[in-house]
Design a protein around this ligand. Structure first.
Ligand code: 8IG
Length: 292
C-alpha cells in the first residue's frame, strides 16, 4: 500500500469550499475526484462503497488497498465525529466475478445530515464517486429494525425509502425520478449471493436523537421496516448523478419500543463488530458481481 498521506498540495487557486455560496457542488466533486486520482494513482474507479456503522472491515475482504487518504485531505470531506466510521477514503483493487481487475472507491467518511453542515456535504461523497468514474454505489448503514425477527446483526436490502428529513440533497428545479431507486438488478444479484437476505423500506429521520416509540409506530404504519439517519438523501443525490444504487442496512438494534430495552450506541457498535466478518464477505461477493 502506498502512503498517500502526503501534505495537501492544493492547486494554486486553493481547494474549492463546497459550502460557500456561489460554489458549484458538482465542480467541488470534480475537484475532489481529481485529487483522489492524483493521490491514489487510479484514474477511474468502477464502483464506490459508502461504509456505515458496522461495515468497516468489508473493504479488507474485497481486495488490496492500494492507497488510503485521510478524509481531511480531500476538498469537501471531513473526518466524521461518529465512532464506527473510519474517516478515510481508500482505493481497493479487486478481481470481479469475470476475472477482470477493477477499482473500488471506499468512502469511510460520510457526512450525516444531522451534523448540520448542509445537504451539499451530505451529497458530496456520492457526487465525488460519480466524478471519479463510478457506475454504481453501494450505500451501507447501521440502523434500527422494526421487525422483531431481525435480530441485531441482520443485514437487510433496502427496497425503497421514505424520506422523513423534510430536506432534499438537490437544489432548485431538479425533478429527478426515483422509481427503482434501489436497483432491482443489484438486489437480485445480492439475493443470488445470499438467498436468505430480507428486504425492507428504509425511513430516514433527521436525528441525531433516536426515535420515540410513537415515531417508530408511525414509521411502521406508513410502511417502514428500518429507521436510520443517512441513506435516503445520499441515494437521491446518487440517482441524480446517474449512479446505480444498492442499499444494504445492518440492523444493529431494534428500534425504540420494538424491544423494551433502551438504545445505546455502545450496543450498536457491538452488534456491528459481531456481524462484521459475515457481512464483509457478503458485501465483497456482491461487489464482485455488481459491474456489468
Ligand atoms: I445504528 O434506531 C442506528 N441508527 N434513526 N434509529 C435511527 N437511526 C439509527 C438507529 C435507530 N440505529
Amino acid at each position: 500500500m502506498s502512503n498517500a498521506s502526503v501534505e495537501n498540495t492544493s492547486p494554486s487557486d486553493g481547494p474549492i469550499d463546497v459550502d460557500a455560496a456561489g460554489t458549484d457542488p458538482f465542480e467541488a466533486a470534480e475537484q475532489a475526484a481529481g485529487r483522489i486520482a492524483e493521490l491514489t494513482g487510479v484514474a477511474r474507479h468502477d464502483i464506490a462503497l459508502v461504509l456505515g456503522s458496522g461495515w468497516g472491515p468489508a473493504a479488507d475482504v474485497l481486495g488490496e488497498t492500494m492507497a488510503e487518504i485521510d478524509a481531511s485531505e480531500l476538498p469537501g470531506f471531513s473526518r466524521s465525529g461518529v465512532p464506527g466510521h473510519s474517516g478515510t477514503v481508500r482505493s481497493v483493487r479487486y478481481t470481479d466475478a469475470d476475472g477482470t481487475a477493477r477499482n473500488a472507491l471506499v468512502l469511510g467518511a460520510r457526512t450525516h445530515f444531522y451534523e448540520g453542515r448542509g445537504v451539499r456535504r451530505v451529497a458530496h461523497g456520492v457526487r465525488t464517486a460519480a466524478a471519479a468514474g463510478a457506475q454504481a454505489v453501494v450505500l451501507t448503514n447501521g440502523c434500527g429494525g422494526l421487525r422483531p425477527e431481525w435480530v441485531p446483526g441482520t443485514p437487510v436490502l433496502i427496497s425503497d425509502h421514505i424520506n422523513l428529513t423534510a430536506a432534499s440533497p438537490l437544489e432548485g428545479a431538479t425533478f429527478v425520478d426515483l422509481t427503482d431507486l434501489y436497483s432491482s438488478r443489484l438486489r437480485e444479484i445480492a439475493r443470488q449471493v445470499d438467498p436468505s437476505l430480507a428486504e425492507g423500506v428504509y425511513c430516514q429521520f433527521r436525528g441525531p436523537h433516536y426515535e420515540t416509540p410513537a415515531e417508530v409506530q408511525m414509521a411502521q404504519h406508513i410502511g417502514g421496516d428500518l429507521v436510520g439517519m443517512s441513506t435516503a438523501l445520499e441515494a437521491i443525490a446518487a440517482r441524480h448523478v446517474g449512479l446505480e444504487i444498492l442499499g444494504i442496512s445492518l440492523v444493529t438494534n431494534l428500534a425504540a419500543g420494538i424491544s423494551d430495552r433502551p438504545l445505546s450506541h455502545a450496543e450498536v457498535i457491538e452488534a456491528g463488530q459481531a456481524a462484521a466478518p459475515r457481512i464483509a464477505e457478503l458485501l465483497a461477493e456482491i461487489v464482485r458481481r455488481a459491474i456489468r
